[in-house]
Design a protein around this ligand. Structure first.
Ligand code: HEC
Length: 119
């Protein structure tokens, strides 16, 4: 029995799947920035001042400005938790529980975290 096209396709797909994370890597920060700014996704700018690019900083002040993130969140897991469900650290927070309420996927949260660590 010869392998047929499906095995070939499978090998091709497996090879592509292996390459994709590596190919996508340089895009992570701009992707995270877009998700953070997108009003239908993170919409972080509604509440936080943050550098949206090299020049602009918004003036929203419902939450603290998102700057010096590495100094304030040395533990990546702590920052992911803040985005997953801010209510874990402050049950009265107005910050939406992005992960818990499936506003953002785990991957989207990770992309935003990669971006935040550049601020
Ligand atoms: C509806 C308003 C609102 C939105 C939208 C919002 N946040 Fe917040 N966020 C807050 C508030 C208020 C706090 C202050 C802490 C608290 O309430 O417990 C906070 C705290 C934080 C903190 C902790 C800062 C610190 O120094 O302790 C981080 C990090 C953060 N937000 C990131 C984000 C990101 C990233 C987004 C977008 C994906 C976002 N927030 C969207 C309101 C918001």
């Amino acid at each position: 029995m010869h392998p047929g096209p499906s095995l070939g396709l499978f090998i091709f797909a497996a090879a592509m799947a292996n390459c994709l994370p590596v190919l996508a890597e340089p895009d992570r920060v701009p992707k995270g920035a877009r998700l953070a700014q997108d009003v239908a996704k993170g919409n972080c700018l509604a509440c936080h001042a943050m550098p949206t690019d090299a020049k602009a900083v918004t003036s929203a002040n419902i939450g603290p400005p998102l700057i010096s993130i590495r100094a304030r969140f040395p533990e990546r897991e702590q920052l992911r938790r803040q985005l997953w469900d801010a209510g874990l650290t402050n049950p009265d927070t107005v910050m939406p529980p992005f992960g818990k309420h499936q506003i953002l996927t785990t991957e989207e949260i990770d992309l935003i975290v990669d971006y935040l660590y550049t601020l």
